[in-house]
Design a protein around this ligand. Structure first.
Ligand SMILES: Nc1ncnc2c1ncn2[C@@H]1O[C@H](COP(=O)(O)OP(=O)(O)OP(=O)(O)O)[C@@H](O)[C@H]1O
Length: 346
């Protein structure tokens, strides 16, 4: 990875149907980096990706690839390659022909085409399927063929729009890891759109968490998960408990008046955000009083719901533990938010 920006968006804005879908968005992607645009349905991820690829024009703002302004260029003149959700492979052509198509349009010689196609197809691990048609290979292989078709054109920036959404759960994980590996080896700057937070945490160098056309946090997966910048991010990424508290110098008063001590929390009306894996169940009397409400075994761990201070919290515990009745909890970590969503870390 170098310091030169692979991609820069400045002040990108788009209004559709009278609604601001993308709102004054800035985004920098380092060369060779894979970033995810992550957010709920309708937050403007695909619209942003389409504008980067040139399939839609922004109302305002600029898009630069390697410091070159490409805002006015049509998709085929941009140094970007787009892989769509549905692969969009030609069903009557072989994998070789599908991957070769873009090079033929560019007028390369037969020998050059053969060499480039073979290199791209080998990169995605499909050399044994050069002569197969899309209908003869699996969904995951079709996605890799679509990837090869983009990569073969040597784009500066690769754009992936929910590329795994047509695959079943197990295959999603496998193809996700394969895409990551292919991206690392090829070193192509990549923007990957997903609404799946686990996918983003697993694959991205950095995640831009989007909400209503804006980026709420842009950071590496670990800080996004452990130090969410806003309540929206805390809620959207991973599972989170929220506990209402009135904080004074005497401690944090919970809804039913129970006062607990959580060091570092700011005074006033606060919302404590606590990950289920940071809620440790201990023996009655050894922590904050709690009562087990539900206990759901989920294979390698249990999702235990406890009532604490008049509110219910989830605690993820090892599957061997069998908590019941009156217990206590200890919070290993908490992040406190003002009710308007602004945050402080604890
Ligand atoms: N041509 C259009 N005219 C009017 N509204 C549009 C148009 N295209 C998209 N929208 C709206 O813009 C919003 C954002 O769409 P976009 O596809 O960018 O969202 P997204 O975050 O990618 O969501 P999803 O994961 O569902 O695709 C949606 O509410 C959509 O209905």
């Amino acid at each position: 990875m170098t310091d030169a920006p692979g991609l820069s968006l400045r002040g990108i804005t788009k209004t559709l149907g009278g609604r601001k879908i993308v709102d004054n968005l800035d985004l920098d992607v380092n060369a060779g980096e894979l970033i995810c645009l992550l957010g709920p349905s309708g937050c403007g991820k695909s619209t942003t990706l389409r504008m980067i690829g040139g399939f839609m024009n922004p109302d305002a703002g600029t898009i630069a690839v390697r410091d070159r302004d490409v805002t006015a260029l049509s998709p085929e003149r941009r140094p970007t390659g787009m892989v769509f959700q549905n692969y969009a492979l030609w069903p009557h052509m072989t994998v070789f022909q599908n991957v070769a198509f873009g090079l033929q349009v560019r007028g390369l010689s037969k020998a050059e085409i053969r060499e480039k196609v073979e290199t791209a197809v080998e990169l995605v691990g499909l050399s044994h399927h050069l002569r197969s048609r899309p209908g003869q290979i699996s969904g995951g292989e079709q996605q890799r063929a679509a990837l090869a078709r983009s990569i073969v054109l040597e784009p500066d920036v690769l754009l992936l729009d929910e590329p795994l959404s047509n695959l079943d759960a197990k295959l999603r994980v496998r193809v996700r890891d394969e895409i990551r590996e292919i991206q690392r080896r090829s070193g192509i700057t990549t923007v990957f759109v997903t609404h799946d937070q686990e996918e983003a945490l697993a694959i991205a160098d950095r995640i831009a968490v989007m909400n209503a056309g804006r980026i709420e946090q842009y950071d590496a997966p670990d800080p996004v998960y452990r130090q969410p910048a806003t309540r929206f991010v805390a809620n959207f990424v991973g599972t989170m408990n929220f506990l209402d508290a009135q904080v004074t110098s005497a401690g944090c008063a919970l809804r039913d008046g129970t006062v607990i001590q959580v060091p570092g929390v700011r005074q006033g009306t606060r919302v404590l955000a606590i990950r289920p894996e940071d809620v440790r169940l201990v023996e009655h009397g050894q922590g904050i009083p709690a009562r087990v409400v539900r206990d759901v075994p989920l294979g390698h761990y249990r999702d235990v719901t406890v009532s604490v201070g008049g509110q219910e919290l989830h605690a993820f515990t090892p599957s061997t533990a069998r908590p019941a009745g009156e217990v206590a909890v200890v919070f290993e970590r908490a992040v406190d938010f003002a009710p308007d969503g602004e945050t402080a870390h604890v």
